[in-house]
Design a protein around this ligand. Sequence first.
Ligand SMILES: Nc1ncnc2c1ncn2[C@@H]1O[C@H](COP(=O)(O)OP(=O)(O)OP(=O)(O)O)[C@@H](O)[C@H]1O
Ligand SMILES: [Mg+2]
Length: 139
Amino acid sequence: MSIINSMNLHIEAKSQNESFARSVVASFFVQLNPTLEQIEDLKTAVSEAVTNCIVHAYDKAQQGEIVIACNLSEKEIEVKITDYGKGISNIEKAMQPFYTTGEEGERSGMGFTVMQAFCDDVSVVSENGSTTVTLVKKV
Ligand SMILES: Nc1ncnc2c1ncn2[C@@H]1O[C@H](COP(=O)(O)OP(=O)(O)OP(=O)(O)O)[C@@H](O)[C@H]1O
Ligand SMILES: [Mg+2]
């Protein structure tokens, strides 16, 4: 599908930037005239992906960058969320419901499951020092 508009957002992996990032992506998505429900769905998924970069990709001490690249085509948005943190060695396992490496009781292991429930497609690539989660939401 041909791309009609695109934007890139570079942010520090800080929890203060999570709601900022999801709002920016939602504002960009509005150009496709999505329903309120579609906007909320995308915000929820972006929030999960960005939170994963903040809590899993980087150490609490050593922070890094998150790059969010959005491409719009006539009928959908593609959102690529990339970090340069520790990576995911077993993606299939990481995406299973309730799987978490988070501290006891801290996380539920449902982030990827939520992304899949609220988007039309979710894919993950982790290699050569970067991890990219790609979300697709159709209008
Ligand atoms: N960007 C990332 N970099 C490194 N590891 C990641 C990244 N995203 C996810 N993971 C790994 O995948 C696991 C599953 O992620 P998922 O979002 O489904 O659950 P969670 O973050 O552990 O819990 P929840 O999202 O419910 O709070 C994480 O526990 C973590 O080990
Ligand atoms: Mg998560």
